[in-house]
Design a protein around this ligand. Sequence first.
Ligand code: KIV
Ligand code: ZN
Length: 508
Amino acid sequence: MKKIQILDTTLRDGEQTPGVALGASEKLEIAQCLAKLKVDAIEAGFPVASAGDFKAVSAVAEKIKGCVISALARASEHDIDIARDALKKAEQARIHTFIATSDIHMQHKLKMTPEEVLQATKKAVCYARNFVEQIEFSAEDASRSDWDFLCRVYETAIAAGATIINVPDTVGYATPEEFGGMIKYLHENISNMDKAIISVHCHNDLGLAVANSLAAIRNGATQIECTINGLGERAGNTALEELVMALRTKQSAYQAECNIDSKQIYRASRLVSTLAGVVVQPNKAVVGDNAFAHESGIHQHGVLNNPLTYEIMSPESIGISRNSIVLGKHSGKHAFEEKLVSLGYELSSEEINKLFIRFKDLADKKKVIFDRDIEALVAEKASFKPEWFRLLYHQVNSSNKARATAVVSLESSSGELEAVSFGDGPIDAVFKAVEKATGLKITLKDFQLKAVTSGMDALGEATIWIEHEGKVFSGRGLSTDVIEASVRGYVSAINGMLSVCGMPDKEE
Ligand code: KIV
Ligand code: ZN
């Protein structure tokens, strides 16, 4: 059985999903979940890209043990210095450096000749080798590069000390036959291939990322780069859950296995979806709501007799339990803690105490609390930003005949702040009242409201994106009252923005 290493790049390429902005505490929460999933390596970010990215990579490097922490750097000494600094506290650090190798990228983006790219490769890998043992080198746009030139680039990188050579299908242009053939060619023609392993990083522009990754495994790749729910630049990357379950379900065909604890897949998918604010399509393979739903009578009858009639894998194998015990108003702390453990959460007693208060509050308003509700409460915890403002109360009047009015009261270090505002509808009025109370001018970028479960008393989850100085910050709020969920989400986004940018000076 061939061993496949899984590198998860949700925190780096996944964060390049349009509209996704994760703060350091959210990234840490996801990294903890990835460690439980038993990924071999976490690509935690691109530290030179921003102070926020640097902070997040440093936090992940410091806190997450038991797997490799990788940081991305262009083939430049400055980028590599910053990546090295961010990885300082990692138990096992890896620098991932890259440069483009296709004609179109070399001519139109880098404006470098192939010889210059070879020199830059050697220089960057040699430099990174001064700091860490594990170096991954990527030839960006490899799938549109000349194969013999690629062999020279990878040979140079390996000779300079690269331990992993990564072959990205950067624009998702390859098909499984082509990509498999290319990996085979590289495997057979790179003269020093015995000193490194082959990794692949596939994008999903043609919906072929998982198929291309599997073709690469057949042809010699032993590391696959993935993201949870297939997040990533444009159409995304290879979806971890799909690749892992394909390998498990068709193990004899691939003669390959990986370390992933598949029972953690569903939880990871939910957490990433909630924190990134990207809803999983219902018919998404493995983790979509319909992945184990049987609609037709014939199918239902078959599954009741024997699930294998229509299920090639079980929901339990990805961590969905068929008989989930629900909690309610009378459930105590012990039952709540047990539920958290059964859902795979390991939380400190301080975190459990805080969550239990939120749980009790929710149980007063909602008859039955489902696993989904608990997952949403835990995910909301990840977005508890250092609080500049805390919502004390809000009151909204709205009708179809008159403008909505809202009163908001916030707690701040300078005492209670209260404001009243009109608006075009209740959300507009309450958001304007928050702006007035805080004295901040906020640009609302996007706003999403969804029910966590079904039913009239369902918990509403609001995700809010705001923009400040070209950067986007997100916040989340939960409540059975959608206005309260929205205002909580808005205040959480503002707290996130202030914890990064600080309080702007008041205009004269
Ligand atoms: O898609 C790509 O080429 C990348 C590289 C940086 C590996 O993300
Ligand atoms: Zn990529």
